[in-house]
Write a new protein. Sequence first.
Length: 407
Amino acid sequence: MQPKTAVVIGAGIAGCSTAYALAQRGVNVTLLERRAEIASEASGNPIAMLYPRLSSDNAASVFALAAYMHSLALFKSLDLDATEFNRCGLLQMGFNVRELARIKKVATQNHPADTLKYLTQIEATSLAGISISHDALYFPDAGWVNPQRLCQRLTEHSNITLLTLTNVVNIMKNNDIFLVYSDNSLTLSADIIVIANANDAQQFSQTKHIKTQAVRGQVSQLSATEISRQLKMIVCSDGYLSPAVNGQHCVGATFSTDKNDLNTTQLRISASDHQSNLNTLKTISKSLHNSLYGNIVGGRATFRCTTSDYFPLVGQLLDSAALKSTPPRPTAAAASLPWINGLYLNVAHGSKGFTSAPLCAELLACLICNEVLPIASELAGLCNPNRFLLREMGLKQLAKTLAYAQN
Ligand SMILES: Cc1cc2nc3c(=O)[nH]c(=O)nc-3n(C[C@H](O)[C@H](O)[C@H](O)COP(=O)(O)OP(=O)(O)OC[C@H]3O[C@@H](n4cnc5c(N)ncnc54)[C@H](O)[C@@H]3O)c2cc1C
């Protein structure tokens, strides 16, 4: 039966798009955010790029393309204007042997020309408005989005009540109703809960076993010059450079995993990360690098939330204590497992949350409302939020066959 009420915890792109997907189906959603504003943590960069990174026909690539198409359709449907969502196009350059081989392979996969197209260096230069030194894969519909405006637009739905400055500290289940407690003494009840609070997803007693990693990243903002203003679209090498938006380019992003480096665990702006972003700029275009080199006017650092296999964690949770006390057989049926009925997760969107989170929100809403899933269940199964727990218990096969079957 479709739930009447839901609480969604965390108002980044994952929480806002989940709230929207449920609200569209008539569920009354209360969206809780600990900060004063929505999209204040990982989802709070000045602009976010929307594009897929494709490779051979593997599952990650199929998922990335489906997610990209879904975000494109969703963002278009929200009537955002060109200062909020701008499909300026994007070039992925074959800037080294490996990347050139990758983009050539993708180009042979018979994608429609309005999805992607292989361009020679001369064609890429003529489209981009600046000199491009390599052949490139062109995504005509890709672009950038203003994250705060997007999240605001998603939460303006009449079935969504947004409560900011509400830090959820505890979740309990009483018969079939969930109770949600915040540290400002608010208690809410709901039929279902979706946890969408990224790196803090492990904070609840029901979610302690969830394994994610926080990965620091920094973008740099550069004031545009007469030369750089000619850039018409986003250009990617091992990072990305946006065209000038409100007089500034955004270049990024760093990916810091070295635990011995203080920069990895702190969010103050780091000069070495600015340097690393400038190095990316150099790979993209020497002339733009020379033109923009001294123009850093700001930056922003936050933590991504990732998993070791880079797929997000999306779906209903199993009760880990009950599972461990009575381990199931590797051939157990989904219905026989100890599910926490009504407790869901939508986290770990890594470096591409604006592409992956909206599709995962739709997937979750279909699952919750008993609709046909928007992607093949084998693909959805790669996001199963219980996969690491099952693998850890030696139930690798069950994690696989369970796929997206639920109770
Ligand atoms: C430098 C950098 C550049 C990036 N560039 C891009 C890009 O160009 N394109 C792209 O697609 N992706 C990009 N990403 C990745 C993208 O930003 C993330 O994947 C995405 O923002 C994750 O969204 P989220 O909603 O899962 O997490 P978040 O945005 O972090 O949202 C989680 C929310 O939960 C709230 N919260 C936490 N605990 C609680 C609690 N107990 N109670 C209430 N609220 C709580 C937090 O305050 C926060 O608002 C980038 C990431 C970084 C770091």
